[in-house]
Design a binder for this molecule. Structure first.
Ligand code: ZN
Length: 441
């Protein structure tokens, strides 16, 4: 059935999903203005329930499914499933024609100065290998760290066993994690009216803070492939994951049929809508990497990191290197090393160490650094692959640490000489190059 209509009333309610778990729903009473296909009594309100809404202090948004606002006119595409209707192909099943959206003044994002979202994926799907599924998730999630350019990261926390989205009771707004969060990813192989598109991202929020997220990959709607899709019945898993990891981070895009004003209200003037070349483009498309607007969006949300690694060539960060850096960020987040107070304390510790070093040897610190790194470089030549890898990890983490100290110095959190910090970073980068040369990477 296809009709043009508008929302008469909109109310939020708790209801059980296909798995019998309580979720937040929006109950809509729609007015049918123009029936384009199918049979319905236009004189009666058309009652329809859709996923997402507000309950007490919790908000559920489901990316991949449409949302409705109270004064909107739209066209919907519905399909009867048993006794009730559900939207065809998720968010593609609704096209806005007119209406307004509340202006967004603050974007939703995860808490903390350097948020790390831990995710686990249930790789259980009959026709793909678990290791391929996990590798796709790893590659696409690491993209959002943008190779050290954005202050946000994902880290994989093992294999998950979820087979459905977590319910409203798993969200607790009075106890929001300060520096990280978690996400569960799973495949669904049975019809579920809460997710009729290729995939859905369940985003739980307390105010503007995202506190929990789940990703449902819908095997009923599409056939997942690790290769480029050959026709419209297939979807490349990694490109869908890449897009959905962007949603989990809090990035939104215009929806199909959005007018310019509806779209700018949705994006809140924070960023331009996405181009066809971006991973966050609103139509599904095959992409393995994020692009310029994606990077800008994640940086607007979480700030830039700008690690001093080259962005291309053999000395650029690879997935393993990124893992080292994210490991360091995660560790800092876990021990609370990111608070201003702790950064100041750490800065004064390093400053004391520098003074001590200089006093002990009576030597200029740069000279000590030169001598030490010359020796290290010479020794690197005799290292085994395992030792080289260990040294590389040490250097990747050290370079991140140096960058943070430099940032702290700019903010006045420490009294370290910025030119000395730059010099140390250069030395670390030099040794890192020798290490990578030694590894034959
Ligand atoms: Zn999307």
């Amino acid at each position: 059935m296809i009709f043009q209509g508008k929302v008469n009333t909109l109310t939020y309610a708790l209801g059980n999903n296909a798995h019998g778990k309580p979720m937040i729903y929006t109950d809509l009473s729609l007015q049918v203005d123009d029936l384009l296909r199918g049979q319905v009594d236009k004189t009666l309100p058309f009652e329809f329930r859709t996923i997402g809404g507000v309950y007490q202090d919790k908000t559920l948004e489901v990316k991949g499914m449409p949302d409705f606002s109270s004064d909107e006119t739209f066209i919907v595409f519905l399909k009867k499933q048993g006794e009730s209707y559900s939207l065809v192909r998720g968010e593609m099943g609704k096209i806005s024609i007119s209406g307004t959206r509340p202006t967004v003044t603050e974007k939703s994002k995860w808490n903390g100065l350097n948020p790390v979202v831990k995710y686990s994926i249930n790789p259980n799907i009959s026709y793909l290998s678990a290791s391929n599924v996990e590798q796709s998730a790893k590659s696409s999630s690491l993209q959002w760290f943008s190779f050290g350019k954005a202050n946000f990261a994902y880290s994989q926390s093992g294999t998950g066993d979820e087979t459905s989205p977590r319910d409203v009771n798993t969200v607790n707004c009075s106890n929001v994690a300060l520096s990280s969060g978690n996400a569960e990813i799973f495949f669904s192989e049975n019809f579920d009216s809460d997710c009729t598109g290729n995939s859905c991202v369940f985003l739980w929020k307390c105010g503007n803070t995202i506190v929990q997220s789940d990703m449902q990959l819908n095997s009923v709607a599409t056939r997942w492939t690790l290769l480029a899709p050959t026709d419209s019945s297939e979807t490349n898993l990694q490109s869908e994951l890449l897009h959905d990891f962007g949603h989990i981070a809090g990035i939104e895009h215009c929806k199909i049929g959005d007018t310019t004003s509806i779209c700018s209200a949705r994006l809140g003037g924070f960023w331009e809508d996405f181009k066809q070349t971006d991973a966050m483009y609103r139509f599904p498309s095959f992409k393995e990497k994020i692009a310029a607007n994606d990077i800008q969006a994640i940086q607007i949300l979480y700030g830039t990191l700008n690690l001093p690694f080259p962005s291309e060539g053999k000395y650029a960060l690879n997935e393993e290197d990124i893992g080292d850096v994210i490991g360091q960020i995660e560790m800092e987040a876990t021990v609370g090393a990111n608070s201003v107070e702790n950064r100041k304390q750490y800065g004064s510790y390093v400053a004391n160490l520098v003074q001590y070093s200089q006093r002990r040897t009576g030597q200029n610190l740069r000279q000590q650094y030169d001598d030490f790194f010359d020796l290290a470089k010479r020794q690197t030549a005799g290292f085994s692959q395992e030792q080289l890898r260990f040294q590389l990890q040490y250097l990747n983490m050290g370079i991140y640490n140096g960058l943070k100290l430099k940032e702290d110095a700019t903010k006045g959190y420490n009294t370290l000489d910025p030119t000395l910090l730059d010099y140390m970073l250069q030395k670390h980068l030099e040794l890192r190059r020798s290490t990578i040369d030694g590894m034959g990477r």
